[in-house]
Design a protein around this ligand. Structure first.
Ligand code: AMP
Length: 413
């Protein structure tokens, strides 16, 4: 199938050809005709599948055909500023030299600059929920002629607690509109939200639900917690990995790991919500330019990072939420290129690995890397050589049979 056969505007066909897109990805093949036909969509697609172009191209096509613009026709809501910037950049890229304006609005940056941009005309507004509400409450924007609402990474928006904001925004939008709902994962909460939003939607699932990106090789190393950063530095150094995205669970953990890796001689920076927007942009630009070799990020901060052909993703810690694993490794193996996702798993994290295995529906082969084998004595020592409790000491002194005589419980499997 070609882009031309999808019936897109010739100007857009020119742009995609110039960008080197030869064939529409599966999500594009399924979504583009539906969006062109004004159908509501419920699409299951993770980052890296080409989902942005799947909605951006047909929406731009419709704007191009409508002569009566001068109003916001498309609103894209994203959970994070990075994703907002990335989606906005895609709209700009696909409408290069065309009479269409995309504006991006997110918190943590000057509202006046964004207002100035809006005043110059806006066909497509890409925004995070908080900043959009601020603009709406202050009557600074008019969405009364909106035609299409896109919720991008809806699952993440719910995870981040944006549901109330979204509901308030929805009240200000015309009831007669098209709504496109994109989510990497589905659960009951997502379905509940989609039911309130969508009318007779077309359900598109390019991959089966909750699956990981197919082009990604997933490797799991068992390692002691205190040896993880040494193992990571070793992998990056010995295998000459460039552009490695590393995940930690906390902002503090991200900072600490970045410092340790820098001490090992690997140019590393951390990116997370405590950093200013300017600092985040700089770190990201340095990472993209290859000045920073490893970027340590929290799940939230990593959402909007779009780097073509990002080859390596490392889970320095497994996420508490198994679905985050899918989001994380979706950062690599993008649009058909191969990627490697490595998870460093300490013994105490094994239950998180089990959760992920259940979600993706297949077991992992857990490997040991020579020189970094987990110290099993540490684990068994702590269990067998623990101090006897007061009760046990008293029982022994009195000659009462202790645990040995009892039915075993809590046995390790
Ligand atoms: P997305 O899933 O929207 O984040 O897109 C992932 C990457 O795939 C982006 O860098 C796009 O530029 C690229 N891309 C999107 N569609 C295509 C296509 N049909 N062929 C090749 N690359 C694409």
């Amino acid at each position: 199938m070609s882009f031309a056969s999808l019936g897109l505007h010739p100007d857009l066909l020119q742009q995609v050809t110039a960008l080197g897109y030869n064939t529409p990805t599966p999500i594009q093949q399924a979504a583009i005709p539906a969006v062109l036909a004004h159908t509501d969509l419920m699409a299951g697609a993770q980052t890296g599948t080409g989902k942005t172009a799947a909605f951006a191209l047909p929406l731009l096509h419709r704007i191009l055909l409508q002569k009566n613009t001068a109003c916001i026709q498309v609103l894209v809501l994203t959970p994070t500023r990075e994703l907002a910037q990335q989606v906005h950049a895609s709209f700009v890229k696909y409408s290069n030299n065309l009479p269409i304006r995309s504006v991006v609005a997110y918190g943590g940056a000057s509202i006046n600059v964004q207002l100035d941009a809006l005043k110059q005309g806006c066909d497509v507004l890409v925004a995070t929920p908080g900043r959009l509400l601020e603009l709406l409450m202050k009557n600074l924007i008019d969405l009364s002629r909106l035609q299409t609402l896109v919720l991008d990474e809806a699952d993440r928006m719910l995870d981040m607690g944006f549901i109330i904001d979204i509901q308030r925004i929805l009240k200000t939008l015309p009831a007669e509109r098209q709504t496109l709902f994109f989510s990497a994962t589905f659960n009951d909460e997502i379905f509940a939200l989609s039911k309130t939003l969508l009318r007779d939607p077309k359900l598109i699932e390019v991959d089966s639900r909750n699956t990981t990106a197919t082009q990604v090789e997933q490797r799991v190393y068992a390692v002691d917690q205190d040896r993880k950063s040494a193992l990571l530095s070793f992998l990056i150094g010995s295998k000459n990995w460039q552009q490695v995205l590393v995940f930690t669970r906390t902002k503090q953990g991200a900072d600490e790991l970045a410092k340790e890796m820098a001490k090992d001689g690997i140019a590393t920076q951390a990116i997370h919500g405590d950093k200013s927007q300017g600092a985040r942009d700089r770190v990201l630009a340095d990472f993209k330019a290859g000045k920073v070799r490893a970027l340590v990020a929290t799940d939230v901060a990593a959402r909007g990072i779009d780097i073509d052909q990002l080859q390596y993703v490392v889970n320095h810690e497994l996420p508490y939420n198994a679905e985050d694993y899918i989001h994380r490794i979706g950062r690599t193996g993008r649009a058909g290129s191969a990627g490697l996702a490595v998870s460093l798993v300490a013994e105490k994290e094994r239950y998180l690995l089990t959760d992920i295995e259940k979600l993706v529906g297949e077991p992992f082969i857990v490997q040991w890397l020579p020189g970094f084998e987990p110290d099993l004595n540490k684990t068994s020592n702590t269990q067998t050589k623990r101090e006897p409790s007061k009760k046990e000491r008293r029982a022994k002194a009195l000659g009462i049979p202790g645990k040995a005589g009892k039915k075993p419980h809590n046995r390790r499997r």
